[in-house]
Design a protein around this ligand. Structure first.
Ligand code: NAD
Length: 351
């Protein structure tokens, strides 16, 4: 925040705290914000080719991963810091926590700093639903939601707002997580069914979402659980050695990905050969490649979360907070009177 040793016209950087992000969601409305974010993400997927793209920079430990996710469209540059620590929940901490920054490419100066733990849940859900809009079978109205942790309500509401889902069938190995999710979704207009097994959860569902956290190659869906014509939204397999689907499902599905270079390291397709065919989602959105082409096709979105989705979310927040009180300003930019006199600027704070 500004300090009394600073000139009054000093450039400050807008900062969106967790508290302000929560207020913004209530101000805009959660379903509206999910729709708005999906539109920003879809716009950026249409501009895919002009972005700088690199698999995220991951630092692994025995218990989790810390990642940096950078990208730029030539005018703005963004990055997200995010962790993934499945053991954290048992210690009362989030599995995923994040913050992000947007900067102006011309000056290199930051223009936004924001919490991204909530924003990641929003953007992940908005991406899932934006993709399902292109891939899910026509008239899909029921989703199985397996893994009822932090992401689950956001996933459910995005599928309602963007794809018209009316019913969610919840399953988690921890019944307390399912009870929490069901309670949070009460009154949202979704028909919520609590299920005792993953098999029960997928009954009658056209969209199967897996969003579990476990640092291993798990089998949340086995091959015989997946019938023809469904769309699988696989969210939780997003790290080397961390997957959710039986490999047999992949060979029966058409697999759609964000950025293949990253998904081959982190996604479900880490289980199959390096040349396993996949379709890049941006090409479906621009019309260059087909999405769903038959009623019997199994479509699989092998989501790992890509930097462009965070960039879209940062762009949305930058635009949305203009002229509002959903941020405060941070003193992050040195402003010596003479740009080369940084030392002289320090003397402003001399006792
Ligand atoms: P969370 O820890 O809050 O919830 C995970 C839930 O999965 C827990 O309730 C746990 O009980 C449940 N679970 C674990 N193993 C299970 C099993 N075998 N069967 C049923 N349920 C099981 O985590 P979260 O924040 O909701 O994130 C979920 C997953 O999504 C994580 O793996 C995270 O890394 C991933 N994620 C992916 C993206 C993306 O863009 N693809 C974005 C955010 C999070």
């Amino acid at each position: 925040m500004s300090h009394n040793t600073q000139p009054s016209d000093k450039a400050l950087v807008p900062f969106v705290s967790v508290d302000n992000m929560m207020r913004l969601i209530h101000h805009v409305g959660i379903e509206q914000i999910l729709c708005d974010l999906a539109a920003y993400i879809e716009d950026d997927f249409k501009r895919w080719e002009l972005f700088d793209k690199t698999p995220r920079v991951a630092s692994h430990s025995d218990v989790g991963v810390i990642e940096l996710m950078p990208t730029s469209d030539g005018e703005a540059y963004g990055f997200k810091y995010v962790n993934g620590h499945p053991k954290n929940t048992s210690e009362g901490l989030q599995t995923v926590t994040a913050f992000g920054l947007l900067a102006d490419v011309y000056t290199g100066y930051p223009v936004l700093l924001t919490e991204m733990t909530i924003l990641t849940a929003l953007r992940t859900a908005a991406t899932s639903a934006m993709v399902a809009k292109f891939l899910a079978p026509k008239g899909a109205d029921t989703m199985a939601m397996i893994g009822n942790g932090a992401q689950s309500e956001f996933q459910s509401l995005a599928m309602k707002a963007i794809c018209g889902i009316t019913s969610v069938r919840l399953y988690d190995k921890d019944p307390a997580a399912t009870a929490k999710c069901a309670a949070n979704l009460a009154g949202t207009g979704l028909d919520v069914v609590i299920c005792k097994s993953p098999e029960q959860a997928i009954e009658g569902a056209q969209i199967l979402t897996t969003c579990t956290a476990d640092k291993q190659c798990a089998t949340i869906l086995s091959d015989n659980m997946v019938g023809v014509g469904v769309h699988i939204n696989a969210i939780g397999g997003d790290c080397p050695g961390k997957t959710e689907l039986a490999a047999g499902i992949l060979s029966r599905s058409d697999v759609f990905v964000e950025f293949p270079e990253q998904t081959r390291i982190e996604g479900e397709i880490q289980q199959v050969a390096e040349d396993f065919p996949v379709t890049e989602m941006w090409q479906v959105i621009t019309g260059a490649k087909p999405g769903r082409s038959s009623d019997r096709q199994i479509t699989l979105f092998d989501s790992v979360g890509f930097a462009i989705e965070d960039f879209s979310a940062l762009r949305y927040i930058r635009d949305r907070i203009k002229g509002s009180d959903f941020f405060f300003e941070l003193d992050m930019l040195a402003d010596p009177d003479d740009p080369r006199d940084l030392f002289g600027m320090v003397q402003r704070a001399a006792p």
